[in-house]
Structures are given as structure tokens and as C-alpha cells.
Design a protein around this ligand. Structure first.
Ligand code: 7TS
Length: 410
């Protein structure tokens, strides 16, 4: 664990700047995290020294690029504790990974009358692909509800009611990007297995923030985005149990995903190549591997403890020090994602005014429209913390929100 989290800011060149005449306070990590110098340097190094296409050349650069790209796959397998690198498919991100599973696994395995179980807190990217799949196959969507009120916790007393043998797939988020709730993912996977349902965990908000071990979780699929965990945009990982990946048809087709092609017939390459048609995102995959090294040097348990401490303190301070504020999510045992509504102030105005204090927040529905409707809110403002944020940042956030409140009080 680093001596002080504050010192880690030096690893992030972008954080060393002023916005509106104040030092930037970046609290929009739920949308995307910033990148340490080491990750930026890995991209530069790749393009300046090693750039070549992978899996096809036998010249020096192509062999180096291939070794580094496949090394990133091995790194991702270790990061997630997957049984082998064959279980790691590089995607463009969480959204892409979910679409792959919905199309390839769902298209091959779901029939009319089957049920896809989701939760009421899913991001649109873990909702819309299943809606399209349901429309195509005649399967039905069903939802595990959250408990009434603002804690946003899943109502686990309803699990037996919704998790019936018709459920063929249970897809749920590990950590909510709006509520900051950490779901009991391992227990949900165990329950799903008991009815024979396949599980998909959306780890977009958890993978860079806490230990994520696919064996301990007991999931069948898990998806993540590199850009939310110190890596570049445009790269993500789909973990899939090898037996499932082996049995799935391809998703996209073309070069690199075949073992042989004839004018009328083709045979597929083994996994994971079967799911990586075309030239992959080589540089960003390599840089994601470097981001994983960086996170593991800090220690994911330490990052999780830091996030939880800041999230819990932020919940307590905003509730106590900003009169009338409505803070979503649980008061403790939570992530560093914190959404709130200030009475009489639209979230976009809150975010605009916070920006004048040099603070980056997010406002809107956070790709969670059904959840917002359920909570009776058109939008919220959101502060989302990462390990380079500190308790001192909370002082600035609270002071800014109090100023914004006075502004709206006239
Ligand atoms: N799932 C969850 C839980 C997310 O938070 C996000 C992105 C996604 C899926 C989609 O990830 P992508 O990398 O494929 O876009 N969430 C957010 C957010 O909260 N603000 O901006 C993006």
C-alpha cells in the first residue's frame, strides 16, 4: 500500500492542471478513470518501437507485437484468476462484451419461454442487448427488484421468487454506477447455478476497484472496460468459461478468427481467436496489461478499502453538511460512487457550477433511466472517487455544494 494516496497524483499527469483557476478535482471516475504515466508511456513505446500486426508476420516487430499482445492476455487471465488465457477475449469494452455474449451465447441457447433475469439497477448496456435478444428469441425479461427506499440494495428476499428453472441467464452488475451498491456477486452466482442458469457479471465499476476473481465469484461470464481501471479507452475483456466459449458460434467474422476458409465453407479458429475477427486493438490491450500491473502494485484490497472509506465518509458528510440533500445508495459497505439530488437544482446546473470550482462531476441519468424513474428522479449529480482522491477532496466538494445551494436559494 502506498505511503499516502495523495502522492499517487504525481503518477497522473492530467491531474496536474487548473480548471477555472483552481487545481482540478476529478470526481468523474465512474465515467472513466485517469491514466498513469506508465500506461501513456506503454502506448508511446509500442508505437515508437514495436508496432506491427499480430499473429501473421514472422518478422521481428510482428513477433514482438504478438508476444506483447498475448502477454496482455496472460496478464488479464492472472488479473481475473481465470483458468487459462484461452478464457480471455479482448473486446472494445463492457458494452461490446455484453453484446458478444447476448448475440453468440444467447442466440444459440435461448428459446421462446426462457427467462433472462436482470436487476433493476442495470446500466443500459446490460439491459438493451438483452431486450434485443428477447425480441429475437421470444425469451422474456424478468427483474430482481431493489428494496423500496434509497439504499438501492437488491431485495434478496425476492431471489427465490424470480430465480426459477425457466431462468437461463442471470446478468447483473457487480457495483452500481449510480447507487454505489456492491452486490453479493458470489452468492448470486451460487443461487443461479442451483437452477442451472448461466451468469454474467458486469464488472465495469468493480474490476479496477476491488479484487475480482472469477473462480471465487463462480461466474460463467464477466465483462470489464479498460478505461475505467487506468487503461486506455477502446479495450475491454470478456472472461468466459472455456466450455461455454468453445460451444458458442462466432460473433463477428472475417480474418484471424478462422482455421480454414473455402469459397463456400469455413472452419473457426479455437477460442479466444474465434471471437477476435480482424486486426485487434493491440496497443491498448498491451497498455491495459500495464494498468493491471499498476493496480496490483497498489493492491486491489487496499484500493477497495480506500474507496469504501471515502464513499462512506462522503455519504455521511453530504448528508450532515448539505441541508436537504438526497443521497442515494447505502450509508456504508459501499463503493466510491455517490449520486445525489439537491432540491430545487437540476443536476446539469449543479455540475456546471461545480465545474466553476474546478470540480468534475457527472449529471444526468447515468445510463440508468429505468432506475431513475423507479426512484422518482429525472437525474442526479454524481461524484465518483478513485484511489488518487483524498479526504481533503471531500472538503472541497462539500464547500462547493454548499455554495451551489446558496446560489439556488437566491
Ligand atoms: N456497466 C456499468 C455498470 C457501467 O458503469 C458502464 C459505464 C458500462 C456498463 C458501460 O461501459 P462502456 O465502457 O462499455 O461504456 N458507465 C458509465 C458511467 O457511469 N458514466 O459514464 C459511463
Amino acid at each position: 500500500m502506498p505511503a499516502t494516496w495523495q502522492n499517487l497524483r504525481r503518477d497522473f499527469p492530467i491531474l496536474d492542471q487548473q480548471v477555472a483557476g483552481r487545481p482540478l478535482l476529478y470526481l468523474d471516475n465512474g465515467a472513466t478513470s485517469q491514466k498513469p504515466r506508465r500506461v501513456i508511456e506503454a502506448l508511446r513505446q509500442y508505437y515508437e518501437h514495436d508496432n506491427a500486426n499480430v499473429h501473421r508476420g514472422i518478422h521481428a516487430l510482428s513477433m514482438r507485437a504478438t508476444a506483447a499482445y498475448e502477454g496482455a492476455r496472460e496478464r488479464s487471465a492472472r488479473f481475473l484468476n481465470a483458468a487459462s488465457a484461452a478464457e480471455i477475449v479482448f473486446t472494445s469494452g463492457t458494452t461490446d462484451g455484453i453484446n458478444l455474449v447476448a448475440d453468440a451465447w444467447g442466440g444459440a441457447n435461448l428459446r421462446a419461454g426462457d427467462v433472462i433475469l436482470l436487476t433493476e439497477m442495470e446500466h443500459h448496456s446490460n439491459l438493451v442487448p438483452w431486450q434485443l435478444l428477447a425480441r429475437r428469441t421470444g425469451a422474456k425479461l424478468r427483474y430482481l427488484p431493489i428494496v423500496p427506499g434509497d439504499t438501492g440494495l437488491l431485495d434478496l428476499t425476492q431471489l427465490d421468487r424470480v430465480l426459477t428453472p425457466e431462468v437461463k441467464l442471470f446478468a447483473f452488475t457487480h457495483v452500481s454506477n449510480t447507487l454505489g451498491v456492491i452486490n453479493p456477486a458470489a452468492a448470486l452466482c451460487t443461487a443461479a447455478r442451483q437452477v442451472g442458469a448461466v451468469t454474467l457479471i458486469d464488472a465495469a465499476q468493480s474490476a479496477g476497484h476491488m479484487p475480482v476473481d472469477v473462480c471465487a465469484l463462480g461466474c460463467d461470464f464477466l465483462v470489464l472496460s479498460g478505461h475505467k481501471m487506468c487503461g486506455p479507452t477502446g479495450i475491454g475483456v470478456l472472461y468466459g468459461r472455456q466450455a461455454l466459449l468453445d460451444a458458442m458460434p462466432p460473433y463477428r467474422s472475417g480474418g484471424s478468427m478462422i482455421s480454414s476458409v473455402d469459397y463456400f465453407e469455413s472452419k473457426w479458429a479455437p477460442v479466444p481467436q474465434k471471437f477476435e475477427a480482424g486486426t485487434p486493438n493491440i496497443a491498448d490491450a498491451i497498455a491495459l496489461g500495464v494498468a493491471m500491473d499498476y493496480l496490483d502494485e497498489l493492491g486491489r484490497p487496499a484500493i477497495a478499502a480506500h474507496d469504501e472509506k471515502l464513499g462512506t465518509l462522503a455519504y455521511a458528510r453530504l448528508t450532515a453538511e448539505v441541508p436537504g440533500i438526497r443521497v442515494l445508495g447505502p450509508a456504508e459497505h459501499r463503493s466510491g460512487v455517490l449520486s445525489f439530488a439537491l432540491p430545487g437544482a437540476h443536476a446539469h446546473d449543479v455540475v456546471t457550477l461545480a465545474d466553476q470550482d474546478g470540480i468534475a462531476l457527472r449529471g444526468g441519468h447515468h445510463c440508468n433511466q429505468p432506475l431513475m424513474r423507479k426512484l422518482g428522479l429525472p437525474s442526479t449529480s454524481r461524484a465518483s472517487f478513485y484511489f488518487y482522491n483524498t479526504e481533503a477532496d471531500l472538503d472541497r466538494l462539500v464547500a462547493s455544494l454548499r455554495r451551489i445551494q446558496r446560489f439556488f436559494a437566491g
